[in-house]
Ligand binder design. Sequence first.
Ligand code: CTP
Length: 403
Amino acid sequence: MGLKDKKILLAVSGGIAAYKSAELCRQFIREGASVRVVMTRGALAFITPMTFQALSGNPVHTELLDPAAEAAMGHIELARWADLVLIAPASAGFLARLAAGMADDLLSTLCLATSAPVVAAPAMNQQMWANAATRDNMERLQSRGIALWGPASGDQACGEVGPGRMLEPSDILDRVRDECFGRPLLKGRKVVITAGPTREAIDPVRYVSNHSSGKMGFALAEAARALGAEVVLVAGPVSLATPAGCTRIDVESAREMLAAVESSLGDAALFIGCAAVADFRPREVADQKLKKPVQNPVLELEENPDILATVTARYPEVFSVGFAAETGNLLEHAAAKLDKKKVGLICANDVTAADSGFNSDKNTIVALWRSSGELRQSRFGPDHKKTIAGNIIRLTAELAGWQ
Ligand code: CTP
């Protein structure tokens, strides 16, 4: 009964994912929440109000200017009643109207009139999600503090594959419990996270690097922020948007990354080394572009500092989490890194597994730690990196004793 006495206004807009919201409504009720459902006209084409009325035990609201509904609970009253407004599914059309600040139907008016947090779980065709107009609208909504959860990637009802699926009801339920009504596990704590690859210059136009996309580190930053942390995200060169509310420091090389980490760590409680730091850098960096014929085409390398090991040695009071990217003997190598780098938790990651590792939106992690000397483990995924990130942050908070 994790949502006892919480008042959730579940808003359903038009989309095939509307059927999943019926299950979500049922789960909220099972968790002890009071649920009132608002449906847009588009939603009525996919599912009937009767379904939600039966599941929520309350009449369903569909019209702005319906005298009978207004007499029972007017739209302003409904906006005041809610502890949370959750729009699931949130269609491209509704999100555009919300971004424009429209008040021409019940739901858009409610969203303007409420002082409760508004969360949207978008669901639409992947091309619509990628469209520049939708991108603009999402940025506007996020800059106004409206949280966007998802969408997930995968098979779509329209037969296409890509980002646009509404998150699963169980994922939305977890996030409502933890992020909207849970105790903010990391409130008052500073978290420093490294993400992405590093680039080690050979000459002004060439470099040594790796395939890291930064997605896992950015998902961790978003998850830590959602649980109340002050987040500093030290990012190698990646093309990802900064998660809302996080401070980002962009770096290129491993040495720059270490300097940025050390300048941020002073009052931090947690360090997560998620970056794929280049282990070696060219010994000499040519100040002019190397031209053919090159006299001696041998690239001499020297070792980069180990950022994670430096942090655990110099800042023992900071709880440190590392990653182990492996292509074989996953647990053995990861356990060795746990002990060698003296981290509180290591997240082992088989980067050769299908639908996992670099560049994928999904991941599978085996988290390893020691408890009274005994090696313990917990497996997360295969699942979306955002979901895995929440799992890792919650486990970290537990191990650090921040419950
Ligand atoms: N790491 C780091 N600085 C480095 C290398 C790695 O901070 N110069 C961190 C990574 O961010 C990760 C962990 O150490 O959290 C393990 O990284 P990984 O690349 O898996 O291992 P390495 O230590 O580089 O060992 P190896 O290449 O031998 O597997």
